[in-house]
Design a protein around this ligand. Sequence first.
Ligand code: NAG
Ligand code: NAG
Ligand code: NAG
Ligand code: NAG
Ligand code: NAG
Ligand code: NAG
Ligand code: NAG
Ligand code: NAG
Ligand code: NAG
Ligand code: NAG
Length: 378
Amino acid sequence: MAPPRLLVNIVMAAVTIGVSVTQSDSMSFGVPRRQARLFSGFDILQFEHTPCKYDSRRNGTCMQGAECTAAGGDFNTTNTCNFIQGQTFGVCCLVSRSCGGVIQTNNSYFVNPEFPDFTVNSQSCDVTVIPKRGTCYVRLQFDNFTIHDPVEGSCVADQFFVPQAEIEAPMLCGRNNDTHMYLYVKDFGEKQNITLRFNLGEWNGDRKWQINVAFIECNKDWTPGDRSCMQYFMERTDTIRSFNYHQHDPEKSAMLAGLDYTVCVRQALRRCYISWTSEFFSLSAGNKTTEVGGTCNQNYVIINQGFDSKKRVSFDRYCGQVLGANNNSSKASAVLSSARPYHLRVRTSTNSTSLGKGFLMRYSQLQCLNKWVITHHD
Ligand SMILES: *[C@@H]1O[C@H](CO)[C@@H](O)[C@H](O)[C@H]1NC(C)=O
Ligand SMILES: *[C@@H]1O[C@H](CO)[C@@H](O)[C@H](O)[C@H]1NC(C)=O
Ligand SMILES: *[C@@H]1O[C@H](CO)[C@@H](O)[C@H](O)[C@H]1NC(C)=O
Ligand SMILES: *[C@@H]1O[C@H](CO)[C@@H](O)[C@H](O)[C@H]1NC(C)=O
Ligand SMILES: *[C@@H]1O[C@H](CO)[C@@H](O)[C@H](O)[C@H]1NC(C)=O
Ligand SMILES: *[C@@H]1O[C@H](CO)[C@@H](O)[C@H](O)[C@H]1NC(C)=O
Ligand SMILES: *[C@@H]1O[C@H](CO)[C@@H](O)[C@H](O)[C@H]1NC(C)=O
Ligand SMILES: *[C@@H]1O[C@H](CO)[C@@H](O)[C@H](O)[C@H]1NC(C)=O
Ligand SMILES: *[C@@H]1O[C@H](CO)[C@@H](O)[C@H](O)[C@H]1NC(C)=O
Ligand SMILES: *[C@@H]1O[C@H](CO)[C@@H](O)[C@H](O)[C@H]1NC(C)=O
């Protein structure tokens, strides 16, 4: 899976240090990137710190054993990466930090103090993240995230947030397994640290978290195209859930108040349209019907110039208890859009009444169709 250029580098490195190369890198997807240097008879191979598979649930970073130890990480000597001539140059290093910890290694984890057990005590728990130079976004992938649910849309008992006001990130609570958040940090200043904070309130309930912290460089294929992107999806088709969406019992989900964020979808090759459907949809209380356009003025999603393939009338805003392209319908229907970039904006009111429960929406990118004639409304 390594691009040809990297393989050329390995071969060149091998020539420099005078060995032949077999790439038998089954455990990891890391390959040596920099060329070997010759130091008075010693061969030193330096690594780009590439991600590797630590175990079935976690990725780590490939580095030398001593480096991993210095970074305060763990490794399993049998889980190696970056092989050359049967010799192992790296181990897959897992860095896990809890309250008071500092994260400066890519793909580190922020976990609750008792992880994998629950934390029950009230406390404040911070980690400090020091992004690598050249980082555009710090990506937080919530593998496990269960704290107290919001009450009327507000995180009153437990809170997760980024205290630095310069970094845009909503306060979260409730259940957020399997969601993520990109923090745009490029303009924040290279020498500044970012704090990730859990405030656990005065109740003795079960809380647990495991958050993968990754440094995403600028101008890569996997960098969100737009600094407004708080979530970023790269597949041709995928599902998007709202924060505090209860996977096992969606009816128990509850929307957070005061949200305004953008979900971005990377345009796939030779696809011109995006189609949005829902598996679960509840934005604002009301009848079991769709609501569109100006009717949605409190809690809604924005699909720019969304339209129905038959009616050829378009709207931007969608809310109600059913997602559909037409107003006041009890039938769900796909909302299509060709407005690029593909964005879904999520907005909720600070008025806690009728926030709705949230959504699980699916998008899929469609092949180019004929031109539609569409009359646009807000
Ligand atoms: C590890 O990284 C690979 C490649 O980026 C990705 O496909 C996989 O989902 C990751 N696994 C975990 C557990 O994060
Ligand atoms: C190290 O990895 C091997 C193979 O994946 C596994 O069998 C072993 O249990 C691991 N050891 C530890 C201490 O995790
Ligand atoms: C964390 O979440 C993953 C995916 O939801 C799950 O497979 C895993 O068991 C969880 N880990 C713990 C320690 O709860
Ligand atoms: C960032 O964190 C490091 C380690 O905790 C500390 O030495 C440094 O002073 C911090 N820098 C800033 C700007 O807060
Ligand atoms: C950090 O790891 C992610 C994968 O989890 C990768 O996409 C990214 O390029 C890495 N960042 C750096 C600076 O190597
Ligand atoms: C989230 O993960 C935790 C830990 O694995 C689990 O106890 C909980 O049921 C999960 N929640 C959801 C909504 O999947
Ligand atoms: C629900 O439907 C009834 C009857 O059509 C209507 O009078 C009422 O305004 C609707 N409520 C909402 C919130 O749309
Ligand atoms: C909305 O739909 C319901 C059921 O089809 C209908 O009774 C009602 O009159 C419609 N409301 C408006 C304002 O069109
Ligand atoms: C949508 O239907 C509702 C009745 O359910 C009506 O009050 C509203 O004006 C309609 N909105 C648009 C944009 O047609
Ligand atoms: C909050 O929303 C409810 C129902 O939509 C409305 O009756 C009430 O006036 C709103 N309150 C404020 C302060 O806007």
